[in-house]
Design a protein. Structure first.
Length: 312
């Protein structure tokens, strides 16, 4: 999921930079791009320092979590692009409508087919945190379309910046094909120069006919978008901590150690939903307790002694 950041290729963790790599002498402090840059710095820092993002940058991203992050991205971008299509002729957003260059839904469908197969739609679902994000984007698109600028800026500018570093980290850490299957989300075939395109995008933002109050609301909405992203990161981090080693390596354990992990009651319980604990995971957790291990060892010894006596 993380893309609203930029990293260099030096160092294992990746040095985090901003959307704006170079100074633009033609911008004013009252321009929307500058207001967004300054007004979201704190949120940007917090997002970069979530455990999920820090682990990702270090290459500690497990395949199952990467797949779930891709699912979250699919639902987020499907909604964002639906609302952008709805407002493509609205003057408060129309200058930022670049479907050919930016839209990610089709790329994410390719990634989901790679990870889940042709029947991927039957295997994925929108998580609770992602649903809250989606609901907000729908509300904005239908009732406050000028605020779509904030969501588009937060997502797409990040994808063209730090997202390109995350692409390389994921490809290396997950041993994905060099042909870029599984990471099509990060591939922008119709943008030849990302830096130039970002400058164009910022210039279009600055040319929008917006009053001071509307600009302030857009900055506030961008910070809200960062919070939604952080909630998704935290949700993924919790899922990562609840997965068994097999699941972290790409499996889907249920009671018998196999199957779709999303169908396991233990998985739902870890996300704060109702449902009894999974017997398989409960038994494994219980067996790891020192006292239980001592009792089991004693039982094995007694059983072995009884077997030996019987044979004699």
């Amino acid at each position: 999921m993380p893309s609203a950041m930029e990293g260099s290729e030096g160092g294992e963790e990746g040095e985090i930079l901003r959307y704006e790599e170079t100074e633009d002498n033609n911008v004013s402090p009252t321009d929307l791009s500058e207001l967004l840059k300054e007004g979201t710095k704190e949120s940007h820092d917090r997002a970069e320092n979530t455990q999920f993002v820090k682990d990702f940058l270090k290459g500690r991203i497990k395949k199952e979590l990467f797949k779930l992050a891709t699912v979250a991205l699919y639902f987020t971008y499907s909604t964002l692009e639906e609302e952008m299509d709805r407002n493509k002729d609205n003057p408060v957003f129309a200058p930022l409508y670049f479907p050919l260059e930016l839209h990610r839904k089709e790329a994410l469908v390719k990634d989901l087919k790679y990870f889940y197969g042709e029947d991927w739609k039957e295997k994925v679902q929108c998580s609770e945190a992602t649903q809250q994000y989606v609901d907000r984007i729908h509300h904005v698109g239908q009732h406050e379309p000028e605020l779509l600028v904030a969501h588009a800026y937060t997502r797409y500018m990040g994808d063209l910046s730090g997202g390109q570093v995350l692409k390389k980290v994921a490809q290396r850490a997950l041993k994905l094909p060099s042909t870029e299957e599984g990471i099509q989300f990060y591939v922008f075939d119709n943008i030849s120069n990302a830096q130039q395109f970002k400058q164009l995008y910022r210039a279009r933002m600055n040319a929008l006919d917006l009053d001071k109050n509307t600009k302030e609301r857009i900055v506030e909405e961008a910070n809200r978008a960062f919070r939604f992203n952080m909630q998704v990161f935290d949700e993924l981090d919790k899922i990562g901590r609840s997965l068994t080693e097999e699941a972290q390596d790409g499996g889907f354990p249920v009671h018998d150690g196999k199957g779709d992990i999303r169908k396991c009651p233990y998985y739902a319980d870890k996300l704060g939903k109702a449902g009894p604990g999974c017997p398989y995971h409960a038994a494994v957790a219980l067996a790891k307790q020192p006292l239980v291990q001592l009792v089991l060892a004693a039982c094995v010894a007694v059983a072995a002694g009884a077997a030996a006596w019987y044979i004699l």
